[in-house]
Design a protein around this ligand. Sequence first.
Ligand code: ADP
Ligand code: MG
Length: 322
Amino acid sequence: MPSEFELIARYFKRSASCAILGPGDDCALLSPSQGMALAVTTDMLISGVHFFPDTDPWQLGWKALAVNLSDLAAMGAQPRWALLAASLPCANETWISSFSAGLFACAHQYGVDLIGGDTTRGPMNLCITAAGELPVDQALCRGKAKAGDDVWISGQTGLAGLGLAHLQNRTQLFEPLLSRCLLALHKPIPRIELGLALQRHQLARAAIDISDGLLADIGHIAVCSSIDVEIFLANLPPLPDECEPALARICQLSGGDDYELAFCAPPSKRLYLIELAESLQLPLWRIGNTVTKKEVHKSEVRLIGEDGRPVPITQKGFDHFA
Ligand code: ADP
Ligand code: MG
């Protein structure tokens, strides 16, 4: 049985190219680029809450980092560093080596150094802290949207939710949709290039990554920016047609685990965003717009049907304590 320190040395210690000092000492040493602010975020993945205990460890390693990078993307930050606090029930080296390979595959793809962490024995819990850089005033904060902005989303929401529904026997999916949904659930792609382009070319004012459900997360932008949002059903990406349409719609609006970006941009940026979608090979959908608040004391997301009337919203998204 390997010791804690053997595990760290074998599976988590790699040279860090963009840190002064990587893992191995009491602290890592970082040197942020001149004039840049650090964007820092942390996300936990708990067995039985965020993933099934028998989830493929490679994909889990990928996802544990990817969900953090998604937060950096939503701010418009360039990812740089990550720390891993791992609580593992046992030193199963087959599992750990596969987890480590998935984590480093994601780190390598997005230019992130694992600069340290903590490794303990306990119930399976994987907590990553990630940091990136961006010019101080350029962050795509949730509170920067203005009434009259367009609301956009990247890619397609709802696939991960459908994959989860399949695994929980709430529906049955068939190939090729099944593989697409399971990949979306287990190996999310953080929209780093999109977040960076929005920030660098000042194409968006506010952004959020969709982790808890489209309506819930756009609701956070609405509250922080003190505006209402109107989303038009007719403008949403088409639902996959090889599944139950009602469930597909619920997953699209409130499924969670999507890690696409939702952002608010002035209408003057439309042509640039269409070009950006082309150059990133990533569909961008203009699904609605922001409006002045109807009520002073609350911000609202309204879903508008094809007939122009509001559609009642039953379920906004996931809440651990709801
Ligand atoms: P300390 O007791 O000083 O907190 P540890 O013994 O916990 O240090 O860790 C030793 C070194 O290994 C530290 O530099 C720490 O950042 C690094 N480390 C521990 N666990 C991990 C991990 N899961 N991933 C990356 N680095 C790790
Ligand atoms: Mg420690």
